[in-house]
Design a protein around this ligand. Structure first.
Ligand SMILES: [Zn+2]
Length: 351
């Protein structure tokens, strides 16, 4: 699980909680939802701030997005009849069908202690040509364990990664991509700096995220709905998942353009859960169709100057890179509505 099932953080006061997706929220508890994803406005409207200057060339063209998958080899409850191997095979099949290149799977090797057979999931990911990165050994919350234990978690997971992918220069580079669990980097400056300095001194690349729409929260209700055979509820989950995913991609694109005055490549966070597996094809298709998205690798995204910043914004709640920049710099970008996931509503599905 990525975060608690609550609206995840109080926002900086400069961000207005203006857009709560009221139609989506209503739909999430109703069986009278439209079948397909909601029509969203196009994403090519420059912010007022951006229009005050000459539009950079990078504003034009497709929206480049890197897909990343967290919590391998197991995330959330399995739907009936599925195995971790079947879930991950389905995810990889969709990624390949959409020609999404080099999708990082960020692993918690500690999960193999309880389910050693799930090692086959990690080997499958590797053997199908996708890289594996570090997400700590047991999905540690830095706010709970502190800097020293968190670093030990990174090192223990790296040892497991070395057994999986080896120790060649290419393998070491793969292993040196790090994703903070819960996107939390430390609630205080000392903790954040201690871990950040360790990561940078050991040549880790920070796999920051710019698009996080709470995909993980759909996996528990989906497993329950499958158990009950409630196809109408599953259809509602699908609708909500796609609409929320589209809305958050648009928010991230507009916010980044307001902050950077240009279009930047994005990093999408998804999880290796049962609902992700069945909704992924529709999500990627919706992004390609409505967002004119072009799939890129994580390293292509991280090469952008946006990701070269060493943003250090202590926060109890964590967040995407865009949220960190806003938290730290308070740059007061053009007023882009903040989006809220319908997380609490998902708890009521198929209970
Ligand atoms: Zn995670």
């Amino acid at each position: 699980m990525h975060r608690a099932l609550t609206p995840r953080s109080p926002r900086p006061p400069r961000l207005l909680l203006a857009a709560l997706l009221p139609a989506l929220a209503a739909c999430a508890t109703s069986s009278e939802c439209p079948e397909g994803p909601v029509e969203t406005p196009t994403t090519d409207t420059p912010s007022p701030r951006a229009t005050s200057r000459e539009a950079p060339a990078t504003v034009a063209g497709p929206l480049r997005v890197a897909v990343t998958i967290d919590d391998l080899p197991a995330h959330g409850p399995l739907p009936p009849g599925e195995t971790q191997l079947s879930v991950h095979t389905a995810i990889l099949d969709v990624l390949d069908a959409h020609r999404v290149p080099a999708v990082y799977g960020f692993i918690n090797a500690g999960k193999l202690e309880r389910a050693p057979a799930d090692r086959a999931v990690l080997e499958l990911w590797r053997d199908r040509g996708h890289p594996l990165g570090n997400h700590t050994y047991s999905h540690a919350d830095i706010n709970k364990v502190g800097a020293a234990a968190f670093i030990a978690e990174i090192e223990r997971n790296d040892a497991a990664l070395a057994e999986l992918v080896g120790d060649t220069p290419a393998a070491r580079r793969s292993r040196r991509a790090f994703r903070y669990p819960y996107l939390r980097q430390g609630a205080d400056a000392e903790t954040l700096d201690t871990v950040r300095d360790y990561l940078l001194e050991h040549d880790y690349r920070l796999a920051e995220v710019t698009v996080d729409f709470g995909d993980w929260a759909y996996n528990p209700p989906y497993a329950r709905c499958r158990q009950q055979g409630d196809d109408d509820a599953i259809a509602d989950l699908r609708w909500s998942f796609i609409a929320t995913g589209l809305a958050f991609l648009r928010w991230s694109d507009q916010t980044a353009r307001a902050l950077e005055e240009r279009r930047v490549p994005h990093v999408l966070l998804l999880h290796s859960g049962g609902f992700d597996a069945v909704a992924l094809d529709e999500l990627l298709s919706a992004y390609e169709r409505q967002g004119e998205v072009e799939w890129i690798t994580l390293d292509e995204a991280l090469a952008d100057p946006l990701y070269q910043r060493d943003v250090r914004a202590p926060s109890e709640y964590g967040g995407t890179l865009l949220e960190q920049i806003i938290e730290r710099d308070a740059p007061a970008p053009a007023p882009v509505p903040f989006m809220i996931q319908p997380l609490g509503l998902l708890e009521n599905f198929c209970t």
